[in-house]
Design a protein around this ligand. Structure first.
Ligand code: SAM
Length: 348
């Protein structure tokens, strides 16, 4: 049975729900290595050997939402809040463009309305006119006219993890957010011409393999250009304090099955998996991932963006993050060539 599914996976990503569940449930080490050999072969065939780097700037940890898992949730009175001024965001992006071979900057934050439509549009416009960087936004749910203005200012991509394709699970993780609005935002972003990223945590409280299969079936239909998959990590200042964190093992199964099913999606080896397993990012690259996101948040702010505790990169100097990422890429036989790594559907 497993052999048949893995052979089929090499031929097509069109797995049935039962087949997806069988692969997700793998725990036996021998079966696990056969799964990742298969997903790695699919990655090699459809994506090649290159790993793309994105320079991440976490520019604000103010947030109006109360996601139960997140350390920057509005209700966390222990969080140290910061906002990086627009000039400093632009300067940091210029530093990436001038001093590194990285071709994408990711501007990520909590849902912080201090950065209005015009303020963020101006930041994007300045980065696009003063550098040759692709700009990715990850600022959460905003209004259509804001998404439109930022796209017109030159933003190329938008990361908005769907967080849970299952409506009930979404509701239990997000007491003050609306499933339909999040899905609607994803559709609006696509309509506006962004390259769109979705994704979900693995091992969040209440999540079952059936819920993860729902996520994977969502990828089959929505076809995100990028998909962020990382373990849930329990944060002590949230309602999920003391909950078990997700495991690297299950997260790697999800990365592998997502690679098999989507074929060409850009999949990061996330900081979160590197935070629960020192070799987590290498293992993710070997399970089908093809992106890494070194952190370029200016050092004085970095420890404050604490969505989960013990985040890798707190103690690492900026330059170290880049050389560290390239060393990890090479250690698993992959290459870094400094390409943009745009959505593969845009390849000629
Ligand atoms: N506010 C933006 C949004 O809604 O897309 C972007 C920032 S949000 C903090 C980035 C991602 O961090 C979320 O999509 C979530 O999946 C992840 N995250 C938050 N808390 C986490 C935790 N405790 N463990 C692992 N990942 C977490």
């Amino acid at each position: 049975m497993l052999n048949e599914i893995l052979n089929k996976s090499l031929e097509t990503g069109d797995l049935t729900r039962e087949e997806i569940l069988r692969l997700l449930a793998i725990t036996d080490p021998d079966e696990k290595s056969r799964l990742t050999e298969t997903s790695n072969a699919v990655r090699e065939k459809y994506c090649g050997a290159e790993v793309y780097l994105r320079g991440l700037i976490e520019f604000s940890d103010h947030c109006r939402r109360n996601c139960n898992y997140c350390g920057v949730r509005a209700g966390n009175t222990c969080a140290h809040r910061y906002r990086i001024p627009p000039d400093e965001i632009v300067k940091t992006a210029k530093g990436i463009a001038e001093n590194t071979p990285i071709k994408t900057v990711v501007l990520q934050s909590g849902e912080d309305l201090w950065y209005t439509k015009d303020i963020l549009a101006d930041i994007i416009r300045r980065i696009k006119s003063e550098t040759d960087l692709a700009v990715t936004l990850g600022v959460g749910e905003r209004e259509y006219d804001e998404y439109k203005a930022w796209r017109e200012a030159g933003a190329d991509r938008f990361l908005l993890r769907h967080e849970a394709a299952n409506r009930e699970l979404y509701k239990s993780l997000h007491p003050d957010s609306d499933y339909d609005n999040r899905m609607n935002c994803l559709r609006q972003l696509r309509e506006l011409g962004y390259q769109v990223g979705a994704g979900a945590m693995v091992g969040a409280p209440g999540q079952t393999l059936e819920h993860i299969a729902d996520d994977i079936e969502f990828y089959k239909t929505f076809k995100p250009d990028m998909i962020g998959i990382g373990p849930f990590i329990s944060h002590p200042d949230t309602p999920y304090k003391g909950a078990a964190s997700g495991t690297a093992e299950l997260t790697l199964n999800v990365v592998a099955v997502t690679r098999i099913v989507t074929r060409t999606a850009l999949l990061p080896a996330t900081t979160a998996i590197g935070s629960i397993d020192p070799m987590g990012r290498e293992k993710a690259l070997m399970a089908g991932a093809d992106v890494m996101m070194p952190n370029y948040t200016p050092y004085e702010y970095r420890a404050m963006y604490e969505i989960y505790p013990d985040k890798k990169c707190f103690t690492e100097a900026v330059d170290h993050n880049l050389s560290d990422a390239i060393a990890r890429i090479r250690s698993v036989g992959r290459v870094f060539k400094g390409g943009y790594g745009h959505a593969r559907r845009l390849d000629k």
